[in-house]
Write a protein that binds this ligand. Sequence first.
Ligand SMILES: Nc1ncnc2c1ncn2[C@@H]1O[C@H](COP(=O)(O)OP(=O)(O)OP(=O)(O)O)[C@@H](O)[C@H]1O
Ligand SMILES: [Mg+2]
Length: 544
Amino acid sequence: MAVDQQRGRIGVIISGSLTEGLSARVDAAHPIESLRVGQFLLVEGRQHEFFAMLTDVELGATSPAVLVDPPADDAFLQDVFAGTATYATIALRPSLMLPRDHSDEMRPVKTIPAHFAPVYTADEKDFTRVFGREDDTHFEIGRPLDMDVPVCIDLARFVERSNGVFGKSGTGKSFLTRLLLSGTMRSGIATNLIFDMHSEYGSDATSEGGGFVKGLRKIFGPSVRIYTLDPESTRRRGGQYDHDIRIGLNEIDVEDILLISDELNLTATAAESAYRLVDHYKNDWLRTLLDMTPEALDAFALNTGTHAGSLGALKRKLEALRRRGYVEDTAKASVINTLIDALMARQHVVLEFGKFDHSIDYMLVANIITRKIHQRWRERTEAYLTSKNPADKPPQLVITIEEAHKFLNPQAAKQTIFGTIAREMRKYSVTLLVVDQRPSSIDSDVMSQLGSRITALLNDEKDIDAVFTGVSGSSALRTVLATLDSRQQCLILGHAVPMPVVVRTRPYDEAFYAAMAVHVPAVAGNRPPDALPVAPTIDDLFGD
Ligand SMILES: Nc1ncnc2c1ncn2[C@@H]1O[C@H](COP(=O)(O)OP(=O)(O)OP(=O)(O)O)[C@@H](O)[C@H]1O
Ligand SMILES: [Mg+2]
């Protein structure tokens, strides 16, 4: 008997294992071409219902003879064979199970259904049961491939860890990121800092289909502050900004310089010379170096035992920094502190780079700011742990970085602040949203720390492997990923959804802006995640 007459039966389970997934024989009457990879299915076991994803479709024949002499032009024979001599099977990957009497919650799968358990296409109710409804902490990210029902992600769980948005160029990463940011902004569940390298999040941006889409400032108003490195460009594009960023030479640390040592062509000895200068001149090390006359340089080298040649080379190469339009000898009032104060006050900040979209600028500025944030959030968390006063707890902060591999490649991840945040800042209420088209370039330790991965189409094998770092039983999901449409479709897996799911990404359009304007009950402050209702998870897949 069918669980529900509404659901269409597809076939019955014929083999499988918990680790490898299940295989079902498709009913002869069921049209094979209606079966799609990524589809959401339900298997009705004796005691449990299993929720699964279709990961492959295959043709089979009981006898090779039929295939040796195929009845290619004989429709009658084809019909006779269908379901007897020829048949189709599907591979499916169960993720969640629920007792049929609903005596318990949905849980990650720990067993499999017996032979001949019937398989159904999931219906709208099933989606709602698994992915919930939109509310103050659940955000509709898209809809299933073949149905019109929202698929929601749990924002509270999402912001609690670092996450990734991946996909090759033009697949919709920036649009997806804009959706996710809108969701967190509307719910008030986290404060956002966005390093907007290509100036496409704060102000209006172009869409490949022609026309413009609204920036976050237009949707959310002045709670989104725009800081810019290049006020002229922001103005030219008709955008508003609140502050222009000026960085004093005294705000640049050796660590910031080392991150861009390739771009600046620094040698291995540069760090040593720079640290010598810091020993003597503290924060003023860079300005002092850049102001040194050749005589002063020689004298310093002699007095400190530094190699004069490498000190001279360092000076020459760092001259380039002074010429960046946003660098000043000494920043009067630190704009960076103003920016961090705004974040602490739960305002969102978009930092536009304008014409300064070179790696040097992007990495230098993002690193300086993030280093200071790290320090401030750490201090505040430590104060909170001592006082136990909730008012001392810093707000949950999400830092969005595009082209994340620049900061998180295996070499940089070990040294930079971004690596530290990806690995441990969850404790201090700071997480990253990394956006990248080459996940294989990101350090594998960092990849395995990501709570959720939202991935549009990827073709490169290495990139596909990287997305599944630390996910057990991922081989079936690889096919799913490789068969996504080239735009506006994605596979979501991880902490923020109860099971992996493929969606058509929610359109970022007028209807979306209107939906964002509708009030949702604000989440009181940033509720600690453990105070939120615990949804079923696939932590078993990801570890904790
Ligand atoms: N959710 C969406 N709503 C509306 N349009 C979308 C959506 N997703 C993608 N698009 C369309 O696809 C185009 C490419 O998307 P997007 O700019 O986000 O790609 P990308 O992956 O960020 O590319 P790149 O790597 O080059 O930055 C957009 O200009 C838009 O026309
Ligand atoms: Mg983009």
